[in-house]
Design a protein around this ligand. Structure first.
Ligand code: NAD
Length: 486
């Protein structure tokens, strides 16, 4: 599909996200012929840049050998020095938007992309409304970055603020995990294969394990991270999105309303964890020094801009329970953290064992495992048992591998590219609905409350490991263990 003629307005155009993700993604859409030639991008930020400066930066952010195309592309970019709190900024923006819409014959279709610090999201929305920038002959949409609040109350307040200017179906809350191909593939694997869906319940599945591990520490974002932590940064959004995709019932059709409706039902079925017994279901950890790639790396408390007494978690492991007909009795184990052994995003479905084990497998586990590999490798792996050659009565694990990556990695669209494209087409399926965001916060809030005090233990883990021992103990209590993810 080619997309409608649109102006994309980026608040925070001088920032890191714009340069690393947004400009290259918009270029890729252009190069792939998915953007109509009649589009404009208006970049806004405090700095006194000119159109020329912005175009230079956009040019640098793109890797392509096609210089003519890059040059043509960059001409669609306009810059306006902008302070989100000043009236005259919005008056100037109104003028500029009308001008570029005139140049390209854009019928008032506008995407407002909020890529500034979240404290400004509300201010921007109310000013857009006040200056009637959302009242055009075309459509207007809002793309909004994470973090979406820091608890249920602030998320609700943010919702109220942005909904002054945009209705729910105009709001596209980014969760970039939902833009990943293999994450979108979860639905296809589940709902397009008759061999999985009949088994996808508590009769046949023993447990589900979700790992989102990073090798990096907090890098130069210590100041931000120390006020956030792994629960807010990863679990409330990405992890719970994965849980709902894995656990949802088949939607009656693939519309945004139907898909999100089913996901919301999963979040509603999550068994709440009370503040008092959070430790029974959730483990928090923090990295201490360790060796990674033959180099000693510092502990979290020695990172730049992090308090030496910080009790912010850099690791979370948890056991989630979904109380409905399909899932009661099946633990969903989740873990995520920084400075872990490997950078991996992976889901492992462990199926229940056969009632009677007829074959000798040595000491090995015989469980059938389905792995959904999201990153770095994209694909699925199915672990079966087969006959050991030359023996009778012995079985060995047989691994069926499907690797999603073709040789030409550059042709696979990036998450942001897909999401911007979806927004241009008005498809909100892969964005978080306000109910999803609020239900997720309501689930994690009581646990975060327990962690506010240093009474709940924060388990140390050595950098370069897969987290604290308490994370293994969490599964051992149920007679389970983490399957290796590497
Ligand atoms: P950044 O600090 O690099 O950029 C912030 C931008 O906001 C700059 O362009 C700055 O000029 C502008 N700005 C600040 N104050 C302003 C004001 N008063 N008026 C107008 N503009 C102002 O931040 P970033 O890393 O680009 O992140 C932007 C948003 O995206 C944040 O909400 C962040 O949480 C989110 N996000 C970023 C990443 C990432 O990889 N960088 C990933 C996920 C989400």
């Amino acid at each position: 599909h080619s997309t409608p003629k649109t102006t994309i307005v980026i608040f925070g155009a001088t920032g890191d996200l714009a340069k690393r993700k947004l400009f290259p993604s918009i270029f890729n859409l252009y190069q792939a012929g998915k953007l109509s030639e009649e589009f404009a991008v208006v970049g806004l930020a405090r700095r006194e840049w000119s159109n020329f400066t912005l175009r230079e930066v956009v040019n640098e952010s793109i890797s392509s050998a096609n210089d003519d195309l890059i040059e043509k592309f960059c001409k669609h970019f306009y810059y306006l020095p902008f302070d989100v709190t000043r009236n005259d900024s919005y008056i100037n923006l109104d003028k500029l938007l009308k001008e570029v819409e005139d140049v390209y014959g854009i019928p008032g279709n506008r995407i407002f992309y909020m890529s500034t610090s979240p404290e400004f999201f509300g201010t921007i929305a109310s000013n857009l409304k006040a200056h009637q920038l959302t009242e055009t002959k075309g459509w207007t949409r809002l793309i909004i970055e994470k973090p979406f609040g820091r608890d249920a109350a602030s998320a609700e307040q943010l919702n109220n603020e942005i909904s002054q200017a945009f209705s729910e179906d105009e709001i596209y809350r980014i969760d970039h995990y939902l833009g990943k191909d293999m994450v979108q593939n979860i639905e296809v694997i589940r709902f397009a294969n008759s061999i999985f869906e009949p088994l996808w319940n508590n009769h046949y599945i023993s447990n589900v394990q979700i790992t989102l591990s990073e090798t990096l520490g907090v890098e130069d974002r210590g100041g931000y991270y120390d006020t956030s932590g792994a629960m807010r940064d990863m679990v409330q959004n990405h992890v719970l999105q994965l849980v709902s995709l894995l656990a949802m019932d088949p939607p009656i059709r693939l519309t945004p309303e139907e898909v999100r409706h089913e996901k919301i039902k999963v979040l509603r079925a999550l068994k709440p964890v009370a503040t008092d017994n959070a430790s029974e279901y959730f483990v928090r950890g923090q990295y201490i020094p360790g060796i990674m790639n033959d180099q000693e790396v510092p502990g979290y408390r020695s990172e730049e801009s992090v308090s030496p007494k910080s009790i912010t978690e850099t690791f979370v492991a948890g056991k989630l329970q979904i109380e409905n007909h399909r899932w009661t009795g099946v633990p969903f184990y989740i873990r995520t953290g920084k400075r872990l052994e490997s950078k991996t995003t992976k889901v492992i479905i462990e199926f229940k064992n056969m009632p009677l084990n007829l074959y000798f497998n040595g000491e090995k586990d015989t469980s059938n495992l389905l792995s959904i590999n999201i990153q770095p490798v994209e694909g699925i792996t199915l672990l079966l048992n087969g006959k050991k050659e030359g023996t009778s009565g012995e079985a060995v694990p047989v691994q069926l591998d499907y690797n999603n990556k073709n040789d030409d990695i550059s042709s696979t669209p990036e998450a942001y590219e897909r999401l911007i494209y979806n927004c241009l087409l008005g498809d909100a399926t892969n964005f978080a609905h306000s109910d999803e965001v609020l239900l997720s916060w309501k689930y994690v809030d009581p646990i975060l409350k327990a962690w506010q005090s240093d009474k709940v233990e924060i388990a140390e883990y050595e950098s370069g490991t897969m987290g604290p021992k308490a994370s293994d103990d969490l599964l051992a209590k149920d007679g389970n263990h983490w399957w290796p993810v590497n």
